[in-house]
Design a protein around this ligand. Structure first.
Ligand SMILES: [Zn+2]
Ligand SMILES: [Zn+2]
Length: 379
C-alpha cells in the first residue's frame, strides 16, 4: 500500500531531468523511515546502501538495483485523481513506478538484513529521458565504494500482463547516435544552375544514399536504422541553396556495426559531395550505448522472478527494441540485466503517451522480485 502512495505522490509532482529536487527529497524521506543510509551523489538522485549483517563465509559481494526518477515534457490527459499537478510535465514513461519498486525492495531488504551478507546499492538516477543521467551518476562515483559485482535495472511495461516479468537474452535496446551533415555548395540564380553548386540537389542524393547504406551494405539480419530527422537549407524560391544542414539518428545493436555504419555514411556523403565539387562537414556523436544483458545476471533474474511470480510468468521478450535506455552506461563497467515488470491496464496506452498509466498492483510484485534477486545473490 505504501508503494502506491509513494508512486502517486511522485506521479502528482513530476519533475524533468536534472530538476528532480522534490522527488529526490521524497525518496530520501521514504528510505530513512526504515533507517536506510542515503546519500545524494549529485544535485538530484539518491544512492541508498543496505548492508547485510549475516556472517558471510566468502568475500562480501555487492549488487546494485537501479531506478530512474525523471518525468517528460508532456501534458497529462488522464482523469485519474493522482494525475500530474505540474503543467506540461508528466510521468509518461513510468519512472514513478520504477522508483517505487526499487524503494520498496530497499525497505524489504533493510528488514531482512540478518539474512544476507554484503551490500545492496539502490541507485535512483536522474535524467534518463534526455540521456546523460546514468553517465552523471557514474562520474559522481555511484559504481565505487563498494563496486557492485552486478546491476539490475527494472522498468514497468504497459503491454505485459501484470504479474509477469519480461526478460531478454543478449541485445535488448539500441545504441543511440546523432549525426549532423553540413553541405556547402554555392549560391547562384535559379535560372543558371551551372553557375552554382546546388546544395539541395546534393542533399537529396545524400539522403537517398544514406538509406541504401542500410538496405545494401549491412547484413539484413543485423538490425540498423538511419533516420533523417531535420533538413534545413535555402533562402528563396529562385536561388540555389548555398548550404544545407541535415541531422538524424542511427540505431544499432552492437559496437562493431555502429562504427562501421558511421564510416560507411561518411564515405557516401564524401563521394556525392565530391562529384559536385562542393564541401561537407560530417559529425557523428554517440549518445547512448547498446544495452546487452549478461547471461549470468539474466539467469539470476529469471530464477528469482520465477520463485516470486511463478515460472509461467517469466516472459521472453522476442525482439530487441531500437529505442535507447541509458541503463546501458552502467553495463560498460558492471555486468547486468534490464527487466520489464508487466503492469497492463484493461486499455493500455504506450510509453510517452499523454494517457499513459499502469496497473499499480505491479509495484509490490516488482519490489518482491528485486528483493528476491538481491537476497538470492547475497545469501
Ligand atoms: Zn521514456
Ligand atoms: Zn523509461
Amino acid at each position: 500500500m505504501k508503494l502506491i502512495e509513494l508512486r502517486r505522490d511522485i506521479h502528482k509532482n513530476p519533475e524533468l531531468g536534472n530538476a528532480e529536487f522534490r522527488t529526490t527529497g521524497v525518496i530520501e524521506k521514504f528510505l530513512r523511515q526504515d533507517g536506510i543510509i542515503v546519500r545524494r551523489p549529485a544535485k538530484t538522485g539518491v544512492v541508498a546502501l543496505i548492508t547485510g549483517t549475516k556472517k558471510g563465509a566468502g568475500p562480501s559481494r555487492s549488487i546494485a538495483l537501479r531506478a530512474d526518477i525523471d518525468a517528460l515534457p508532456i501534458t497529462e490527459k488522464t482523469n485519474k485523481p493522482y494525475r500530474s499537478r505540474a503543467a506540461g510535465v508528466m510521468h509518461a514513461c513510468g519512472h514513478d513506478a520504477n522508483t517505487s519498486m526499487v524503494a520498496g525492495a530497499a525497505l524489504l531488504l533493510a528488514r531482512r538484513k540478518n539474512e544476507f551478507s554484503g551490500t545492496v546499492k539502490c541507485i535512483f538516477q536522474p535524467n534518463e529521458e534526455a540521456a546523460g543521467g546514468a553517465l552523471g551518476m557514474i562520474r559522481a562515483g555511484v559504481l565505487k565504494n563498494p563496486v557492485p559485482d552486478c546491476i539490475v535495472g527494472i522498468h514497468v511495461n504497459p503491454w505485459l500482463k501484470t504479474g509477469t516479468l519480461g526478460v531478454k537474452a543478449g541485445a535488448m535496446m539500441a545504441a543511440v547516435d546523432r549525426f549532423t551533415i553540413e553541405i556547402t555548395g554555392a549560391r547562384s540564380h535559379g535560372a543558371y544552375p551551372h553557375l552554382g553548386k546546388d546544395s539541395i540537389v546534393i542533399a537529396a542524393q545524400v539522403i537517398q544514399s544514406l538509406q541504401s547504406v542500410v538496405a545494401r551494405q549491412i547484413d539484413p539480419v543485423d538490425p540498423a536504422v538511419v533516420t533523417v530527422g531535420t533538413i534545413h537549407g535555402g533562402e528563396a524560391f529562385n536561388v540555389l541553396a548555398g548550404s544545407v544542414t541535415i541531422t538524424g539518428t542511427v540505431r544499432t545493436l552492437n559496437h562493431k556495426l555502429r562504427r562501421d555504419i558511421a564510416r560507411m555514411m561518411e564515405r557516401h556523403v564524401a563521394m556525392i559531395v565530391k562529384a559536385y565539387g562542393a564541401n561537407y562537414r560530417f559529425s557523428y556523436e554517440a549518445l547512448g550505448q547498446p544495452l546487452e544483458n549478461s547471461p549470468k545476471v539474466l539467469a539470476l533474474c529469471r530464477r528469482a522472478g520465477g520463485a516470486v511470480l511463478g515460472k509461467k510468468n517469466i516472459r521472453e521478450i522476442e525482439k530487441p527494441s531500437m529505442g535507447g535506455e541509458d541503463f546501458s552506461e552502467y553495463l560498460r563497467y558492471v555486468p547486468g540485466c534490464f527487466v520489464f515488470m508487466g503492469a497492463r491496464l484493461r486499455v493500455p496506452h504506450p510509453w510517452h503517451s499523454e494517457r499513459f498509466d499502469i496497473d499499480e498492483r505491479a509495484l509490490a510484485k516488482g519490489a518482491a522480485v528485486l528483493e528476491e534477486i538481491a537476497l538470492s545473490y547475497l545469501s
